[in-house]
Design a binder for this molecule. Structure first.
Ligand SMILES: Cc1ncc(COP(=O)(O)O)c(C=O)c1O
Length: 416
C-alpha cells in the first residue's frame, strides 16, 4: 500500500492520515459537498503524474516530455465533453473558485456588472459575495430567494437583470435543495445580453448520472468542482460552447494559473470513466432517493425543511421549531458520529456564524451503499441528538449504535 511508505518516512503524518481514515470510516458523513473517491481515483492523485510540469495545453506545451500528459489530458477532455454533451472542456482549473474566476476573466472586465444568487440564500462566495474576489473586482449584484416559497423566483432575477444589465448572470448553488430552471435563466440572460454561467459544483455528478437537469444546452459556460457528487479528485471543470473555448482556455492558462496539476487531471479522467457507467447512474438516483427519505423522516420528527423538501442530494433543515441553534446541533451531532455543517437558512434571523439551520447531504452515505431504511435510522439519530444536545448519555448511546451500523457499509477508497 502506497500509504505504508509514509509510515517509515513520516510517522507523525502517517498517524494523522490513519486517524482521518478511521474518522471517515466510523462516522456518518453528511456534508453535502463531500464524497468517498474510489481507490482508483485516489491512486491516480498519488501517482507519478504529480511529478510532471505541463504548462500549456495538449500539443502546445512549454516543456518537453509530454507524451503521456497530452494523452491523459485529451482523454479527460473527451470524457468530460461526452458525459455532459459539451462542445469544449477545460480540465485544468485547480478547483471550483479558480474555475469561476477564470470564467469572469474570460467574459468580462473588472468593474463590469455581474449578477448571482446571494450567499445566505444558497449561492456561493464566488458568485459576487462582498468578501470574495468576485464581489471586490466586479460590480456584483445578488438576487435572493422568495421569502414565501424559499425558491429562486425568475421574475425577481429578471427585474434585477433588467436594472443592472450584467455581463454575466450566474446561477449555481451550494445550499439549495431544488432543481433549477436553466432554460428560464437562459431566456433572462438573452433578454439583457448577458452570458449565462451555470455553476453546478454540487450537482455535476447527478447531472452526469442523468438524475438532475443538465444546463449545458442552455448556458454559455458551465463550471463545476470535480470532488462533490462527481466523486473525483479535488479540482475544477469548465464546459463551454466552441466559440468561447479560446477565451476560456486563455483565462485559465496563462491568465490565472501556471502548470496544471496533472495528477488531478489524471484522477479526473478516471472519475469521469466511473461516472459514465450504469452503476454510477443508479448511484445518482439513489443519492436523491436517500435525500428524499431522510427529508421525509426528519419532517415526521418535527423538523422544518427549507423549501419543503428536495430534488437533489441536499436537505436544508431549519432547527427553529426545535429551539436549537445550528452550530450547537452540528457539534452535538459530531460527538455522536454524524458530521454535517451548520448553515444559514433564507432570511435567517440568526448570524452566519451561529445560524438557524444544518445542511445535510447524501453523497457519502450513498457511496457506502446505504439506502432508505438506513436514512430513516439516521433521521431518528439526528432527532434524538438534536432534541438532547446537552445529554451526553443519549449522544454516547447514538455513537455506539452508529459504530455498529457503519461496519456493514464499507466506504469506497478506504484501506481499513
Ligand atoms: C456552487 C459552488 N461553486 C464553487 C465552489 C468552490 O469550489 P472550491 O471549494 O473547490 O473552490 C463551491 C464549493 O463548495 C460551490 O458549492
Amino acid at each position: 500500500m502506497a500509504i505504508e511508505s509514509i509510515r517509515t518516512v513520516d510517522p507523525e503524518i502517517f498517524q494523522l492520515i490513519s486517524a482521518e481514515e478511521r474518522r471517515q470510516r466510523d462516522s456518518i458523513r453528511l456534508i453535502a459537498s463531500e464524497n468517498y473517491a474510489s481507490k482508483a481515483v485516489l491512486a491516480a492523485v498519488g501517482s507519478v503524474l504529480s511529478n510532471k510540469y505541463a504548462e500549456g495545453y495538449p500539443g502546445r506545451r512549454y516543456y518537453n516530455g509530454q507524451v503521456n500528459t497530452d494523452a491523459i489530458e485529451r482523454c479527460a477532455i473527451e470524457r468530460a465533453k461526452d458525459l455532459f454533451g459539451a462542445q469544449h472542456a477545460n480540465v485544468q482549473a485547480y478547483s471550483g473558485s479558480p474555475a469561476n474566476m477564470a470564467v469572469y476573466a474570460a467574459l468580462c472586465e473588472p468593474g463590469d456588472p455581474i449578477v448571482g444568487l446571494s450567499l445566505p440564500h444558497g449561492g456561493h462566495l464566488s458568485h459576487g459575495w462582498k468578501v470574495n474576489f468576485s464581489g471586490k473586482l466586479y460590480d456584483a449584484h445578488q438576487y435572493p430567494v422568495s421569502r414565501e416559497t424559499e425558491l429562486i423566483d425568475l421574475e425577481v432575477v429578471r427585474e434585477l437583470c433588467h436594472e443592472v444589465k450584467p455581463k454575466v448572470l450566474s446561477v449555481g448553488t451550494t445550499a439549495y435543495p431544488r432543481a433549477i430552471d436553466f432554460e428560464g435563466f437562459a431566456a433572462v440572460a438573452k433578454e439583457v445580453g448577458a452570458y449565462l454561467v451555470a455553476d453546478v459544483a454540487h450537482v455535476s455528478g447527478l447531472i452526469a448520472g442523468g438524475a438532475y437537469p443538465n444546463p449545458v444546452p442552455f448556458a454559455d459556460v458551465v463550471t463545476s468542482t470535480t470532488h462533490k457528487t462527481l466523486r473525483g479528485p479535488r479540482g475544477g471543470l469548465i464546459l463551454c460552447r466552441q466559440d468561447l473555448a479560446k477565451a476560456i482556455d486563455r483565462a485559465v492558462f496563462p491568465g490565472l494559473q501556471g502548470g496544471p496539476h496533472m495528477n488531478q487531471i489524471t484522477a479526473l479522467a478516471v472519475a469521469l470513466k466511473e461516472a459514465s457507467t450504469p452503476e454510477y447512474a443508479r448511484y445518482c438516483a439513489q443519492v436523491i432517493a436517500n435525500a428524499r427519505a431522510l427529508a421525509a423522516a426528519l419532517e415526521m420528527r418535527g423538523f422544518r425543511l427549507v423549501t419543503g423538501g428536495t430534488d437533489s442530494h441536499i436537505v436544508l433543515v431549519d432547527l427553529t421549531p426545535k429551539g436549537v441553534a445550528g452550530r450547537i446541533a452540528a457539534d452535538a451531532l459530531e460527538r455522536a458520529g454524524i458530521v454535517c455543517n451548520s448553515n444559514t437558512i433564507p432570511y435567517d434571523p440568526r448570524t452566519p456564524f451561529d445560524p438557524s439551520g444544518i445542511r445535510i447531504g447524501t453523497p457519502c452515505v450513498t457511496s457506502r451503499g446505504m439506502k432508505e431504511p438506513e436514512m430513516e435510522q439516521i433521521a431518528v439519530w439526528i432527532a434524538d441528538v438534536v432534541e438532547n444536545v446537552e445529554d451526553e448519555t443519549v449522544i454516547k448511546d447514538v455513537r455506539t449504535e452508529i459504530l455498529q451500523m457503519v461496519k456493514a457499509f464499507p466506504a469506497p477508497g478506504l484501506d481499513f
